[in-house]
Design a protein around this ligand. Structure first.
Ligand code: NAP
Length: 456
């Protein structure tokens, strides 16, 4: 494996002394590309680097030849499609019809459709781009592939996250040929079935974090509700009842009080569906029944909800660090000192308050640390390196220490017991709230044992 990793993606005999891509051996398989735009250029570079002989078909080869690696031949479209068996169509859908004059030369060949529709085009056309291309060239075999790979990735080389290339075609042989090319180029082909799946494949790059939509809306909704509640309690009520202007608290204090509430509710929403699922299975007396759709979706979104909970907790930690930097805090400190002098107090030290604060802070840091551990083990590269037992162990240790710290619901951050020396301000700490104790019992599902931890 390490030998494989050491191997350069671009074979050395293809690289000139000036590091540009040079000659390709004559026996290398020949691949055609129609179009000379961004995608065509990156594709040509990757194909040449992977040992293919590339011929590019352009309407104006003189203008574009200088932009391609010297090993690639850039010529007119008719000449470019005459000899290769596999031809990439790197032009937009609206220009497919302009290629119809090449029908004769293209007969019997494999056309690889790499196009991506815009969102508007996707809604406008019921037929996928690949199916449209197939209808224009009935004597060719169309394969949909590489549309999810950007020109940048092709140029920079495949990376961990975006190596998968969904491929579909009605011709298994053609699909296999293109899959082998993808493998040679360092990508992971993924069989998506017949060309009827092309619409689904073309929709893939249009999606924007689909798994995050509901959890993000949920977190935002919770934030708005808690923020409104804290605003009424900490700002509006003192204003209405005591005419105290505390609107300055809106940007920092109220946000900081809101974040841990959201974090806790989200964390509890991570473990609650597992408890419900277990209860449902106990009630039904069987594990061989599907969960209702709403519960199924909830279970599937636990990882995102957990990560959003971690995000809120981390923001709360940052906001808490900033609290003493505020002008309001400094003025309060000075006022407190003045009041202390006026009250003829020379030494302010309330042992109980000091201890309470030390413990609050320590538990807060520990809670954030363990929540970070949960978040880190949700990274696929780390989760995959742990076996089931190790993963459950990390989950158990982390959630029990983050979830069992219990120090009351609301505390004064700095509260003197002297009635003349008022509290500076209040805040709810991440650990200052009574926490949700979560269950980590694996629940049997129709597919075996369900892991109820949020990171999987
Ligand atoms: P582009 O830079 O605009 O290039 C399009 C090429 O189409 C032109 O350079 C042109 O080359 C050729 N062409 C052929 N017939 C044409 C005509 N009648 N009118 C205008 N141009 C014509 O676009 P691109 O970014 O390379 O994208 C090409 C295809 O790859 C698109 O279908 C796109 O959806 C897909 N794709 C692109 C990316 C990306 O990251 N760019 C990623 C995935 C998929 P000649 O002038 O030399 O003929």
């Amino acid at each position: 494996m390490s030998g494989e990793m050491d191997k350069p993606l671009i074979s050395l005999h293809l690289v000139d002394s000036d590091s540009s891509l040079a000659k390709v051996p004559d026996e290398a398989p020949k691949v055609g590309i129609l179009g000379s735009g961004d995608f065509a250029r990156s594709l040509a570079t990757r194909l040449v680097g992977s040992g293919f002989k590339v011929v590019v078909g352009s309407r104006n080869p003189k203008r574009t030849a200088g932009l391609f690696p010297s090993a690639a031949q850039v010529t007119f479209q008719e000449e470019a499609v005459s000899s290769p068996e596999v031809i990439f169509v790197a032009v937009f859908r609206e220009h497919y019809s302009s290629l119809c004059s090449l029908s004769e030369q293209l007969a019997g060949k494999i056309l690889v459709d790499v196009s991506n529709p815009t969102e508007q085009e996707h809604l406008q056309h019921r037929e996928s781009n690949a199916e449209y291309l197939a209808s224009l060239f009935p004597t060719c075999t169309v394969v949909k592939a590489f549309n999810v790979i950007s020109a940048w990735t092709l140029q920079a080389g495949p990376r961990d996250g975006n190596r998968q290339v969904p491929i579909c075609s009605d011709q298994p042989e053609a699909k296999r040929a293109v899959s082998e090319m993808a493998l040679t180029m360092g990508f992971m082909p993924m069989d998506m079935g017949s060309l009827a799946s092309a619409r689904e494949v073309e929709a893939m790059p249009l999606r924007l974090l689909p798994a995050w939509k509901v959890p993000t809306l949920l977190a935002l909704g919770l934030f708005v509700c808690f923020y409104a509640y804290n605003f009424v309690r900490d700002v509006l009520q003192p204003y209405m009842q005591e005419s105290q202007n505390k609107f300055f608290k809106l940007p920092v204090s109220v946000v900081n009080t809101t974040l841990p509430c959201v974090a806790y509710v989200l964390l509890s929403l991570v473990y609650l569906p597992g408890v419900l699922a277990a209860a449902l299975q106990l009630r039904r007396g069987t594990k061989y029944q599907r969960f209702p759709d709403w519960l199924d979706h909830w279970l599937q979104h636990r990882k995102q909800i957990g990560l959003l909970s971690f995000f809120c907790a981390a923001l709360h930690a940052l906001y808490s660090f900033c609290l003493p930097l505020r002008r309001a805090h400094r003025y309060d400190l000075v006022n407190l000192a003045v009041k202390q002098v006026l009250a003829n107090k020379s030494h302010l030290w309330v042992e109980e308050e000091v201890w309470r604060m030390e413990i609050y802070l320590s538990l807060g840091v520990l809670a954030l640390g363990t929540l970070s551990l949960l978040a880190v083990t949700s990274l696929p590269s780390i989760a995959n390196s742990l076996n089931w037992r190790e993963f459950s162990f990390v989950q158990c240790v982390a959630t029990s220490s983050a979830g069992n710290t219990d120090s009351g619901t609301r505390r004064p951050e700095f509260q003197s017991q002297d009635p003349h020396l008022p509290a500076l301000h209040h805040q709810t700490s991440f650990l200052g709230s009574r926490s949700f104790c979560c269950s980590l019992v694996p629940v049997p599902t129709p597919y075996g044992h369900e892991d109820l931890s949020w990171t999987r």
